[in-house]
Design a protein around this ligand. Structure first.
Ligand code: BAL
Ligand code: ZN
Length: 844
């Protein structure tokens, strides 16, 4: 397969003045007629007229009305064209019903739908399918369906036909079409510019009752983007469609967002609090793309972080404003450490702006998205909130309508702040997670902190150079008072010292407050100092982090030495979780333990080989210790945080449920799940029902509850995804693969549906002790199913290959079994380019 390099970028030889498409829909024989006005691009050096096109049957092609016979390859066509403006017309036939890859135009439950990012439009018609080619689209859809949708504003609608005009120039990846028997949940929004916008959320009949929350989230997002970024919506209509078969979460097509139904449909009975929060965030994310992604798009796919990092950053800001900022920040860091850190420290490591790829779908990664957002957070911290706002205003003014680059993005910050960001840019160009080592000394009244940064070399970045690291810091005195409030140290060298004078006594440094940079901090504090920070740090992130570090040390201590846990930590934890002045959601986070794969990473970092069984044992032992040490508080906290008001998915109620369910989980370790059974029976919402079910399964009481749950929810596909997933999640390590295998035999295991496949195999891959069980059964089962899925859906298969990315951490026996599986998958005839690239990188 061909490798594509950022350094090879050159503009397309032709500009597109207009695109007109006519779709005659039929499941196996959809006809697409295109009429595209091209003219030579004065900025281009290469005049080759190459149009992308894959899996298309060309029926006819003309230039200025005269038939032409282009050279056709599996990737597209080349044709001789005039050295002047001309009109290309073609007709192709495609087969949406057999499009199981879910890229381009495909069918889901009888409904037509599209996914064109990144390179799906080339499966619809011949076109320069690259983001720097922007055009105005007119679309006609003919087909016997009550709902026929495309981008932009409706022009004409009659039975079985509809015309759409999108006035905003866009790249082909933002094209969308939906046709089917759908019902709309409608509302409206008036923008700050006075534009009246009709809003619709289209769903399958039967799902009407799950639309209200999504619609409210959309309106809140529209308002927030006006209030915070000064960005108003720019069409008369905004449509969202829910679809069951979708590779990603959702897609920001202009004026016609398409969502995986799992991240838009919600009701209290069927969705958990976490589902609601995620739905709110994803609706915001896709909506925010209208400016950061659509009005200003990416010049090429190497610049993906330009829109994704920024839009993730914006949706995080939105959630902070809608809910609790500290809780959101902590949750984001947990997620970053779980998904991005292993990627950045393993064979898939790549810079936030990669320099080469074979299959761009493989670069929709936690590094591009979440580390990309962290980089923007650092930039904002360095320049300050006011300068950030000025830079963003300039970005929107200067680049509206452009296909832009990271250089353009950094330039607006340089121009508004007079800063030289050439060193900061390394965050975009270097792979790897930096380690930040801290040493300290105290003399007379002066604290000296010496910081050393080091990024391990990787294949992507063999010789990393020092980064600009914003380090937010405060100092806590021995009496618990803050003696220095938060300030940002700007580290630019490999090693650098900072002095703080006028101190009465040696303080404890609270470093990297708010997780001000995506680094691994090595700060040798005593357990007593960490307990002090757990009690007194004024920075909520670092207060949580102190508890987290103590929990990690306790767990590693159990693995290495046995089940003794420092009472000072346990008492400190009790003080926090029983402190009624603190937000219950924050206290629930305090109760969380580092995941088993986090512990495997920690052991690997210390040069040890992680033993998944020992890690699992330690995690269970630790929960037993917490259950017994906190026994006196568990029932009281559980009952104190029951919500008596009608269910609301807001931050306040969600926090109460998170805390009471954390208590329930510990209580169930000693009461045979009696309380969980009562909660399960009385629950009027999915958050409490599912939490109780998990406790029941863990306590060995799950069979009856699972049967009841299945009978209750067998007709609700999204709830049944939870039913499948939970059984794998809660399986004992030695049974996890067998449980997953048995679930694949269930009549509702529709493995071609990405959500259902992920509910079993995504969960298996995340079950650390189960997936990595010494028998190798987890590895073999996943490999069997990846081979099967690859033949129908390469994109989802390739994403799931990352389950193997940490394989070199483990012992030689496990490595040998994994390598055998990697080779087995790689040896599959006809393996997709997507999976081949991922597995080749992982295998090394
Ligand atoms: N652009 C792909 C889906 C998303 O990031 O919103
Ligand atoms: Zn996005």
């Amino acid at each position: 397969p061909q490798t594509i390099y950022l350094s090879d970028y050159s503009p397309f030889g032709y500009l597109v003045d207009s695109v007109s498409l006519i779709f005659d829909l039929a499941p196996h024989t959809t006809r697409v007629k295109s009429r595209i006005a091209f003219r030579p691009n004065p900025d281009a050096t290469d005049g080759t007229f190459f149009l992308h096109g894959e899996a298309l049957t060309l029926i006819s092609a003309t230039i200025d009305g005269a038939p032409v016979s282009p050279d056709i390859t599996p990737q597209g066509l080349i044709c001789a064209v005039p050295d002047a403006p001309f009109v290309w017309e073609s007709e192709v036939e495609i087969d949406p019903a057999n499009n199981t890859a879910l890229e381009g135009l495909y069918m889901s439950n009888g409904m037509y739908c599209t996914q064109c990012e990144a390179e799906g439009f080339r499966k619809i018609t011949y076109y320069p399918d690259r983001p720097d080619v922007m055009a105005i689209f007119d679309v006609t859809i003919n087909g016997p369906h009550p709902v026929l949708l495309s981008n932009g504003n409706p022009v004409k609608s009659a039975p079985d036909t509809a015309q759409w005009h999108d006035p905003w120039p866009k790249p082909a990846y933002l094209f969308a079409l939906v046709a089917g028997d759908l019902v709309a949940h409608s509302d409206s929004f008036t923008t700050m510019e006075g534009r009246h916008v009709a809003l619709n959320l289209y769903v399958r009949p039967g799902d009407e009752g799950k639309c209200d929350f999504g619609m409210r989230a959309l309106k809140a997002s529209m308002k927030w983007d006006e209030d915070v970024y000064g960005r108003a919506y720019d069409l008369d209509l905004f449509n969202i469609v829910a679809v069951d078969d979708f590779n990603m979460g959702a897609m920001e097509n202009k004026g016609l967002n398409i969502f995986n139904s799992s991240v838009v449909l919600a009701s209290p009975e069927t969705s958990t609090d976490m589902n609601f929060e995620r739905i709110e965030a994803i609706i915001a994310h896709e909506y925010f793309h209208n400016w950061t992604g659509n009005r200003i798009t990416c010049r090429d796919w190497f610049q993906l972080c330009l829109k994704e990092g920024l839009t993730v950053f914006r949706d995080s800001q939105f959630t902070c404003d809608m809910r609790s900022a500290p809780v959101k920040r902590i949750s984001d860091v947990i997620d970053l450490r779980a998904r991005q850190f292993p990627e950045d420290q393993g064979p898939l490591a790549h810079p936030v702006r990669p320099e080469s790829f074979q299959e761009i779908n493989n670069f929709y990664t936690a590094t591009v998205y979440e580390k990309g957002a962290e980089v923007i957070g650092m930039l904002r911290r360095l320049v300050g909130d006011a300068a950030y706002a000025r830079a963003l205003d300039l970005y929107f003014d200067r680049h509206d309508g452009d296909a832009a680059t990271i250089e353009d993005w950094l330039q607006v910050f340089e121009d508004t702040t007079d800063r030289d960001l050439s060193q900061f840019k390394r965050w975009y160009t270097q792979a790897g997670t930096p380690h930040l080592h801290v040493s300290e000394s105290f003399e007379l009244d002066t604290l000296t902190l010496t910081l050393r940064q080091e990024t391990p070399p990787s294949a992507a970045t063999p010789a990393p150079a020092p980064l600009v690291i914003p380090i937010a810091l405060g100092l806590i005195g021995p009496d618990g008072e803050e003696v220095l409030d938060t300030r940002v140290l700007e580290m630019t060298k490999a090693e650098q010292s900072f002095r703080f004078t006028g101190l009465d006594a040696q303080p404890i440094a609270s470093i990297l407050r708010g997780f001000s940079a995506p680094v691994i901090l090595h700060h040798d504090l005593s357990d007593a100092d960490r307990v002090h920070l757990l009690a007194h740090d004024t920075d909520p992130f670092n207060r949580w982090e102190a508890g987290r570090t103590l929990a990690r040390k306790a767990l590693l201590g159990i693995i290495e030495r046995g089940t003794q846990v420092d009472a000072a930590y346990l008492n400190g934890l009790r003080a926090v979780i029983t402190d009624e002045r603190l937000d219950p959601a924050y206290r629930a986070l305090m109760m969380g333990l580092p995941s088993q794969s986090d512990l495997a990473s920690a052991l690997h970092e210390r040069g040890q080989t992680p033993d998944p069984a020992a890690i699992h044992y330690a995690s269970e032992a630790m929960r037993d210790i917490l259950a017994s040490h906190l026994a006196d508080d568990l029932q009281a906290l559980y009952h104190a945080h029951q919500v008596s008001e009608p269910y609301q998915p807001d931050a306040d109620q969600s926090g109460q449920r998170a805390l009471s369910n954390a208590m329930l989980s510990l209580i169930s370790r000693t009461d045979g799940a009696a309380l969980a059974m009562r909660q399960f029976q009385g629950a009027d919402n999915m958050t409490q029902q599912l939490a109780a079910l998990a406790c029941g399964i863990r306590a060995g009481q799950g069979d009856e509850m699972l049967a009841h749950f299945e009978a209750q929810w067998k007709d609700d596909r999204l709830v049944m995804d939870k039913w499948f997933g939970l059984q794998v999640h809660e399986a004992a390590p030695e049974n996890a693969a067998a449980v997953a295998k048995k679930l694949t035999e269930h009549p509702d295991f529709n493995w071609k549906n990405p959500n259902r496949f992920r509910s079993v195999f995504g969960m298996l891959a995340m079950h650390h002790a189960g997936f990595h069980h010494a028998s190798g059964a987890g590895y073999r089962l996943l490999a069997d199913w990846l081979i099967r899925l690859d033949a129908v859906n390469p994109q989802t298969t390739a994403r799931m290959c990352s389950a193997f990315q940490t394989w070199r951490r483990y012992d030689p026996d496990r490595q040998a079994i994994i390598k055998e599986q990697l080779d087995r998958i790689l040896g599959t005839e006809g393996l997709s380019r997507d999976s081949a690239e991922m597995l080749t990188r992982i295998r090394g």
